[in-house]
Design a protein around this ligand. Structure first.
Ligand code: COI
Length: 358
């Protein structure tokens, strides 16, 4: 059956897969919800988005994104609030980052109207897929990729905008073991590090695979010139409690402007015992802080990872064992604040919650 919701055509699946999902045991990205939203860009404009059953798309192997890398995505979440409402967290901030990424890759941007109505339509259609278990949510993956079929090296004239979703639990159950990278580079200043483009992730696989073989979960990336300053983890931003202050690398063109990072820095102002320092952070001061006992916390911040404790930071082959974060730690306090705000257990003075109309 095809219906129309605020000018978006919706074709519902006849074969829901929701009964295949064990909502008590959600593996990140495994079960993609029943529907996807698709819009096509051609002749200088976006066409009307439509919701349809999730599935294959007909394309040739000559589409430009596969060859020259014009592919940009976002990662955001919808939460089932305590009163049963569905809350999409900070869609405006995600759109602003999405459009910055798209501009960097010479791709067409998305208007606020198209973004919000698309999100409304896909989440409303798959509302039963929004889990209500502790720590779970519906991960939302918007994507734009070049779809023009041609081999010449050029900016594509055609694109597809797709939104897919999947129910998720915690990204990784265990605290992270990170290796500080002193050889490979994720990106350089002036490159695409701040953009959420596919190539940033593809290029990180090889060094990450080496780190995994050495017993680590992820790489902690450093600056491309000297490997002296800490950038981010690639999957998430990084934060420390050093000398009693919350310290995080300041944004530059090599670091993703994380929405969770920004939310934590805002909420930190409500936890007055911890002063915020956004600045360049050296590998050396992390090592020295550990030796002196003034490095008391390290954690990652990301949409998928949320607030993720770091257990080990390996610098030049030496493991620094970071203390376990207790209930009065900054990370536990801020995680609770973020959770309470998103679930509607505390007020939302920042206007971050976007309630889906059902
Ligand atoms: C996110 O946190 O949304 C990410 O993009 C990390 C990863 C799942 C790609």
């Amino acid at each position: 059956m095809t219906t129309l919701t605020s000018s978006i055509a919706i074709e519902k699946t006849k074969h829901s897969r929701i009964n295949e999902v064990d909502f008590n045991n959600l593996e990140f990205g495994k079960h993609i919800a029943d529907h996807m939203l698709v819009a096509e860009y051609d002749k200088g404009r976006w066409g009307a988005p439509a919701v349809m059953p999730f599935g294959e798309m007909r394309m040739t192997p000559a589409i430009l994104s596969l060859h020259y890398g014009q592919a940009v995505f976002e990662g955001m979440k919808a939460f089932r609030m305590k009163n049963g409402d569905i809350n999409i967290f900070r869609p405006h901030k995600h759109l602003s980052r999405f459009n910055k990424s798209l501009e960097r890759m010479c791709m067409p941007t998305i208007s606020e109207e198209m973004w919000l109505s698309s999100l409304q339509a896909i989440i409303e259609t798959d509302q039963q897929w929004v889990p209500d278990g502790e720590g779970s949510s519906l991960y939302i993956r918007p994507l734009v990729f070049a779809s023009e079929s041609r081999l010449g090296v050029k900016v594509s004239d055609q694109y597809k905008f797709v939104i897919m979703t999947c129910p998720v639990g915690p990204y990784q159950a265990k605290p992270y073991r990170l290796k500080v990278e002193s050889h490979f580079v994720r990106t350089a200043e002036g490159g695409t590090g701040f953009a959420k483009c596919a190539g940033n992730y593809g290029g990180a696989f090889y060094p990450t695979q080496i780190a995994r073989e050495e017993g680590f979960d992820q790489v902690l990336w450093t600056d491309s010139k000297e490997h002296k300053y800490i950038d981010e983890v690639g999957m998430m931003n990084v934060m420390f409690v050093l000398n009693g202050n919350l310290v995080t690398p300041q944004l530059n063109t090599a670091i993703l402007d994380g929405v969770t990072r920004d939310s934590i820095l805002t909420l930190a102002k409500e936890i007055p015992t911890f002063k915020v320092e956004e600045r360049r952070v050296t590998v050396e001061e992390i090592e020295q802080g550990f030796a002196k006992g003034t490095l008391t916390e390290a954690f990652g911040a990301g949409t998928a990872a949320v607030v993720a404790p770091i257990a080990v930071i390996n610098i030049n082959g030496k493991d620094l064992q970071i203390p376990t974060a207790g209930p009065t730690s900054f990370q536990q306090q801020v995680k609770k604040k973020l959770h309470n705000l998103r679930m509607g257990l505390e007020p939302d003075p920042y206007g971050w919650n976007f309630i889906v109309k059902i």
